[in-house]
Write a protein that binds this ligand. Sequence first.
Ligand code: NIG
Ligand code: FE
Length: 442
Amino acid sequence: MIQTRSISLSSIIAEIIITINQMLIHSASQLLTLAGKPQSGSQLGQLGIIPNGAVLIRDEKITDVGETDEMAEKYPEEKRLSANNCVVMPGLIDPHTHLVWAGDRAAEFEMRLEGKSYMDIMAAGGGIQSTVNATRSASYSSLFAQSEQHALDMFYQGTTTAEAKSGYGLEISTELKQIEVLLKLNKKGPLEIFPTFLGAHAVPNEYKTRPDIYTNLVCDDMLPALKSWWAKNAHERPLPFVDVFCEKGAFNLPQTRRILESAKQLGFPLKIHADEFENLGGASLAAELDAVSADHLVKTSLKDIKALARSSTIAVSLPCTPFGLAESEYSPAQAMIEAGCVFALASDLNPGTAWCGNMQFTMALACRFMGLTPAQSIAASTINAAAAIGQQENIGSVEPGKQADLIILSVNDYRQIPYRFGNNLVATIIKKGKKYALRNLC
Ligand code: NIG
Ligand code: FE
């Protein structure tokens, strides 16, 4: 039986999990299947809606999808869960987060409100470095506890899979401490996590005047150390992504190229933070190196957009970041869609620019500040977001053979999802065949 609960209380999880071996979820007002490949350019927004839809789950997988009456006749014996005339869709996917950190930067938020810029604060030794100091000195258990709370908050807001970065260590042992937290969180669940190594998030204070030496250290020491650590500790999983913050005040284009090329040579899949504040050419570099995604993309030129559109690199926009910084410029999403990019959304959850891991709110911002339609914002947060972490074959749509990651929202029309904001609309989450009931349906 579904119980009514307030969200985000880790202590009650055990009570509300129900393992589903076989289950027919039926009577969805709209089943958004998002069936098919990642959606490029003007194809963005094809939701593949089945009115009065039903989904059959067996163990961790989706095994059939169709209209409720047909499915009820086809599977008369199955245990049932009524969606009660609500929207059922794939679990949301967040392909860019920094969810492992210690401490907070509330004082910097106040400084920004008083007129200091994000990059000024960073240049003065605050910003990322201040979270690095807190993360370096945090014990493993306190870092795990704070990070688990971020992961649970995301999960109960409908995110069933997320990418998450290191980058608050800037020396190998703390970077690995963060990666270890991510792997343990993934193992514990319920949020599934794909880790990224971001040792090139900033030049740490001890190398401030020697950024090229730090770049060498990342290429020659940290990446090989990560690779052997991974072989010992996580060999059954694919290698993590390697990401670089390519920005004035962080890593310039030649340094970024060196790090990404070294990572590529070692077999790591690539990501990049590009064009957040200034255009250094990072998006074109991502396209050239066949990175899985290029992220932020606020100052991206038409030339860079065209390079992304010609490549297999997914264009990931993070609207919580300009919103969090009270800036008015967002990614040129319409130009990206027009050029034929595969456009995805992510939250960028982090303590500096956007302490928000809520993909529902991300979609609400994308519709208002980048002109996405509700359907486009949903495709950008599901099948296209799956592609931004290389997981489009496993998750991101409701299709037979895919992992049973679904959410039921307490609305009966998908347009309500980005239309309403500030409240959690998710009622039930199904992650790999386990049901997490949060509140009553519609
Ligand atoms: O994606 N820009 C670099 N990294 C983060 C911010 C990290 C921080 O300020 O702690 C971002 O916005
Ligand atoms: Fe980021």
